[in-house]
Design a protein around this ligand. Structure first.
Ligand SMILES: [Zn+2]
Length: 357
């Protein structure tokens, strides 16, 4: 792969519980549980999904704490195995099912800890998605906040300069911003991106059902966000092969491959899993019209240009309504606690919490 994510991060001694045994529900139990999940979804009005690295293993990208996870292998002195590059990875059935659920209005918001960019490349609308730990394909301007979604990984990690400059035209088109661009990938203890954390926090507050897929929920504050829904009277469903930090809080736990669960779930709901036809970037759920879908030009693959890819490439920095909302919410978030059991200052930083089972 072009960039080894794990090797790009600083050393960090406590990576959490790794390599826990995988649990598989027997077939009849799995059927019953997925039916129960479908019923829960039908009786909920605001469903939020949370995804972790476990949803990308079938795309060839290793997870962190599974039997062959990046940190599990590191503990054994071994290197993780990547079956693909980030650029060549295809969204899994789970990625596409989530897109299908969003399109029919069942999924209201998606919170992801994944940096592999597969949600965005699957065509999932960016305004319904919080990428709490960054995205390997996204770089942003330190001056104006404009984000650029590239068709190849941006080449650095840990919020470092990528060597390119912002090309946003200033007022009256006089000259470009020329601010330095940096990657969006968090290192340990880095603060989570304000916009994404705020949107995720708000979505979890509004939700009456939070469903987690393929995450051991050991990284905070991301792993604690689903508990906000629970604390406010909503329900929590955890889908993961291994035990998770919040198993005791769950109304329903499903131990099976996420692709199996999502495929069965879509059948129960009478929905199709959309086909993936190549990487696309969709900025807003409102903009899903063929002419506004940007398809990457295969000929341009691997090349990085300074130009934003299309008009679909705008972000928080250029949306005044969202900008106002962020400014208004910023102060209140400082007071509020994004996770139910920790204070806001520490909770904003990416850390591991010990796993209690
Ligand atoms: Zn700029």
């Amino acid at each position: 792969m072009a960039v080894n994510y794990a090797a790009g991060l600083s050393p960090y001694s406590d990576k959490g519980k790794c390599g826990l045994p995988e649990i598989f529900d027997p077939p009849e139990e799995l059927e019953r549980k997925v039916r129960e999940l479908a019923d829960l979804i039908r009786s909920s009005s605001n469903v939020v999904f949370h995804t972790g690295a476990g949803i990308s293993t079938s795309s060839g990208i290793p997870d962190f704490r599974g039997p062959n996870g990046v940190w599990t292998m590191e503990e054994k002195g071994l290197s993780p195995k990547f079956d693909t590059t980030f650029e060549n990875a295809r969204p899994s059935k789970t990625h596409m099912a989530l897109l299908g659920l969003q399109r029919v209005g069942i999924l209201k918001f998606l919170v992801s800890q994944n940096v592999d960019g597969l949600h965005v490349r699957s065509g999932f609308p960016r305004d319904k998605l919080a990428e709490l730990h960054g995205n390997m394909f996204v770089e942003e301007c330190v001056k104006c906040g404009k984000q650029y979604v590239r068709d190849a990984v941006v080449g650095s990690m840990g919020l470092k300069p990528t060597g390119r400059l912002c090309s946003v035209a200033k007022a009256r088109g006089l000259r470009a911003c020329r601010g330095k661009l940096r990657d969006t990938i968090l290192d340990w203890e880095d603060s989570l991106p304000d916009r994404d954390l705020m949107l995720a926090d708000e979505a979890c507050r509004k939700a009456d059902l939070s469903i987690t897929l393929g995450t051991s929920l050991q990284i905070k504050p991301s792993g604690n966000l689903p508990l906000i829904t629970k604390k406010r009277g909503g329900k929590l469903v955890i889908v993961n092969l291994q035990a998770t930090k919040h198993d005791r809080q769950a109304d329903l736990r499903i131990h099976a491959y996420v692709d199996d669960v999502m495929t069965k779930l879509m059948k129960h709901l009478g929905l199709e899993v959309p086909e993936w036809t190549g990487p696309v970037v969709v900025e807003s759920a409102e903009l899903i019209k063929p002419e506004q879908l940007f398809k990457f030009n295969p000929g341009a693959r691997g090349s990085l240009k300074e130009e934003p890819i299309s008009q679909c490439n705008g972000t928080a920095g250029v949306r005044p309504d969202l900008g106002t909302m962020l400014a208004e919410r910023r102060d209140s978030l400082k007071q509020e606690c994004p996770s139910p059991d920790t204070g806001p200052t520490t909770a904003k930083k990416m850390k591991v919490e010990s796993l209690l089972t």
